[in-house]
Write a protein that binds this ligand. Structure first.
Ligand code: V47
Length: 383
């Protein structure tokens, strides 16, 4: 492999990695430009195995989008509706949202992941009560809710500081922040694709404040639209700089752009090869972020499986219902049983580990793969 890496022009980068020297901006761009995907993957896999061996994490979670009403006009979004009452818009009552958890009383869930539109009319109490209700129903559940973009929106709408919003939500049960809303940090891209939501500096500052309050968070990167390789690397370096300061990030999650039913629908979706490349470069550049996650809903199940040899050590979770990607054309199922996840990890030659949100191990690779908890018949048929 050494010869192949050298002939791919990656000898210098391989030497840096072997010596524990951090990769530079130029290295990142070179990795994106290198045509030899296997050489790149080999390096990323080496870094992955140094940290995690064959272990591959997933969790037992549900995903909930309580409203799709959103005042932001992001060009890539197929999920949002501008105003309450617009065709296709919805806002769940608190009881409807809580029922999503009540209905899963028989499942050993550990996490509820909530992402919403930026609704202009709901009171702040709606969000506080949403969290309190989840904790009343299942006191031990981990609430990973509201992107930094939502936190900034709440602060502006309700006349609070970002820190006040975080503290009040934490008081109501918020445990960590998901990584959504990061898109691409470069201002050129943000102006084009999501000009009317929170900017990158504030996004990163909110994560920093959440970490100072003892919460953990993730950061995503939406790729495969109008961004350049340099802008992807810049995004990774801003993430790395935040992590140097706080060590509060758990996972970096590249998200493949889905073009159906949105204002960027003329663009092609990124290929499987591009998806492998982005995950591999993420593993190599983000030396201080413990986990690189392939969100299987976005990458496709098969590409996620191969990505386990291209730097990825985490597949997110059972999910069970998902709207953002399916409204944008995702052909993946909306749910996977823990059995199906463990089976696909083993079939890739990796060792499945069920984790909680904070990466405490729940079920190790040595456990037998039981039948898992069944998913609804309609979903199972599409798997
Ligand atoms: O912020 C929206 C993205 C994100 C499209 O933290 C789109 O563990 C592709 O953040 N094509 C929400 N992407 C999902 C998210 C997430 C997913 C999995 C795990 C975690 C985590 C977070 O979805 C949005 C936006 O960046 N998105 N529309 C689209 N058409």
């Amino acid at each position: 492999m050494r010869e192949r890496i050298a002939s791919a022009g990656l000898g210098g980068i391989a030497a840096k990695l072997a010596a524990g020297v951090r990769l530079s901006f130029e290295d990142g761009v070179q990795l994106f430009e290198c045509p030899d995907l296997l050489a790149l993957g080999w390096l990323a896999n080496h870094e992955r195995e140094k940290r995690h061996g064959a272990r591959t994490y997933y969790n037992f979670n549900i995903r909930l989008e309580a409203t799709n009403v959103c005042v932001a006009t992001c060009l890539f979004c197929s999920f949002s509706r501008l105003k309450p009452g617009d065709p296709g818009s919805y806002t769940m009552s608190l009881d409807e949202a809580w029922n999503k958890l009540r209905q899963r009383a028989h499942q050993p869930l550990t996490e509820v992941h909530v992402v919403n539109g930026l609704h202009p009319d709901l009171p702040f109490d709606y969000y506080l009560e949403l969290l309190r209700g989840f904790k009343r129903i299942r006191p031990g559940i981990h609430l990973k809710c509201f992107t930094a973009v939502e936190i900034a929106f709440f602060a502006d709408l309700y006349g609070k500081t970002d820190e006040q919003v975080l503290r009040e939500l934490q008081g109501a049960g918020l445990d960590s922040l998901p990584g959504g809303g990061a898109e691409i940090f470069a201002e050129r891209v943000r102006r084009k694709i999501c000009h009317d939501k929170c900017g990158s500096d504030r996004y990163l500052e909110i994560h920093k404040r959440a970490h100072a309050l003892g919460m953990r968070s993730n950061i995503t990167m939406l790729y495969g639209h109008v961004e350049t390789a340099a802008e992807r690397v810049d995004h990774m370096l801003r993430t790395r700089a935040l992590q140097d300061e706080t060590a509060g990030l758990q996972a970096f999650i590249p998200l493949a752009f889905h073009p159906d039913n949105n204002q960027m629908r003329k663009l092609p979706a990124p290929s499987g090869a591009e998806t492998l490349r982005v995950h591999a470069v993420s593993r190599l550049m983000l030396d201080n972020v413990p986990h690189v996650k392939a969100f299987w809903i976005a990458t496709g199940v098969e590409v996620a499986q191969i990505a386990l040899w291209f730097g990825v050590d985490d597949l997110d979770g059972t999910v069970q219902e998902e709207k953002i990607y399916h409204m944008a054309g995702a052909k993946t199922p909306e749910a996977m049983s823990t059995f199906a996840i463990r089976r696909l990890i083993r079939a890739a030659g990796r060792a499945p580990v069920e984790r909680d949100t904070l990466y405490n191990v729940i079920t190790g690779p040595e456990e037998e793969d039981g039948p898992g908890v069944p998913v609804p018949a309609a979903v199972a048929q599409s798997m």
